[in-house]
Design a protein around this ligand. Structure first.
Ligand SMILES: [Zn+2]
Ligand SMILES: [Zn+2]
Length: 371
């Protein structure tokens, strides 16, 4: 089949770089040339995630400096390698950033997220905080019908979707979610879409609680208000999910689980953190503790969830910046308690009032911390 003639691509681009711990720049670098089995994606949006901040701090073991981060992104296909068959120039796409080896024992049993030789776009290879990124065809997923902002939320939702395969949500369940940041708000909606009857969300920041209420939380409360949970769900919660990564929250969460219930460890806690759990309580109350790591073949599922409307992602984008403001974007993601998802925009998307409107919305939604 004849392919459309490739449109003229630039040879250099302005990409965000992390040079070493706490050292960033936006530099002119070559546009990557896709290998035979690779797809060159013209990035339109790319979101900042906690992993990017860990890389910035130099405490993410897999990352090698200097590097371009960015693993939550969406764009259009700009060029394809000779062996690429399933994707064409102009297609709207995102990618699963995890590129598993496919031959190790974990890959062979389908646990690609546990691959012994995992390559990760934006971690072990250059990522999408740049106008172009090259990825293998086998991780590219189509995003027809999604905006670029929504497409860049597919990867975080795919993490939630993987966890949902590990925990069990049954129709009529009550769920409790700690944390109403972007992840907590995705989790709340996905749990509801999976059949939960009621979802309660706990977060100290009012703007975030408002977002959770807007997106379907039945009750949104501060951590100081958790004594209200006993009257809301006297038997306890079938599912208690931590989307904070705060060890103290995880330790405390287990007591809200109903007998036979599940504690879902989803937030990323510091590697060296330890919590105290009572083995007797886990035994006596038939409790399950379930972790879920990253994405495992769930990117198409996340696209379907957004496309079908069961999960709304665009309201979770609070800030959109051009990549020249890379350092500022990371700073926002790191230390603004009101921010939700921070995204970088490229090309036509980076120009004009789209950015200002998102920032205005964020300012409107922002409220003083606490009760
Ligand atoms: Zn991420
Ligand atoms: Zn493997």
């Amino acid at each position: 089949m004849p392919r459309p003639a490739p449109t003229e691509l630039p040879t250099t681009m302005r990409a965000a770089r992390i040079l070493g711990p706490h050292r960033t720049e936006v530099a002119t670098v070559p546009v990557p040339t896709p290998g035979p089995d690779e797809v060159l994606i013209r990035v339109r949006r790319a979101g900042v995630c906690g992993t990017d901040l860990h890389i910035l701090h130099g405490d993410y073991a897999l990352a090698r400096f200097p590097m371009t981060p960015g693993h939550e992104f969406a764009g259009t296909v700009a060029a394809v390698g000779d062996e690429v068959r399933g994707v064409a120039v102009g297609d709207a796409v995102t990618a699963d950033p995890n590129v598993p080896c496919l031959v190790c024992p974990e890959c062979r049993r389908g646990a690609w997220n546990q691959c012994h030789d995992l390559s990760v776009v934006g971690v072990t290879r250059d990522g999408a905080f740049a106008p172009f990124v090259a990825v293998p065809e086998r991780v590219v997923v189509g995003t027809d019908g999604l905006s670029a902002a929504a497409g860049a939320m597919v990867e975080p939702l795919a993490c939630v979707a993987w966890g949902l395969r590990r925990v069990r949500v049954r129709p009529g369940d009550d769920a409790l979610v700690f944390g109403a940041g972007p992840m907590g708000c995705l989790l709340l909606q996905a749990v509801r879409a999976a059949g939960a009857a009621r979802v309660v969300v706990v977060d100290p920041v009012r703007g975030r609680r408002d977002a959770a209420a807007e997106l379907g939380g039945d009750l949104t409360i501060t951590p100081e208000d958790t004594d209200r949970l006993a009257s809301f769900a006297p038997l306890g919660f079938d599912l208690v999910a931590d989307a904070t990564g705060v060890p103290r929250v995880v330790e405390d969460a287990v007591r809200y689980a109903r007998p036979g219930g599940t504690l879902w460890v989803f937030g990323v806690a510091p590697e060296e953190a330890r919590v105290r759990l009572s083995p007797f309580e886990l035994f006596r109350r038939d409790l399950s503790v379930v972790g879920s790591f990253a994405v495992n073949g769930t990117v198409p599922q996340a696209v379907a969830m957004i496309r079908g409307g069961s999960v709304r992602v665009e309201p979770l984008v609070s800030h959109v910046l051009p990549i020249e403001r890379f350092a500022e974007g990371l700073e926002l993601a790191e230390s603004d308690p009101h921010r939700m998802k921070v995204q970088f925009a490229f090309g036509a998307d980076a120009a004009g009032d789209a950015i200002d409107r998102a920032a205005d919305r964020a300012a409107d939604g922002a409220a003083p911390a606490g009760g």
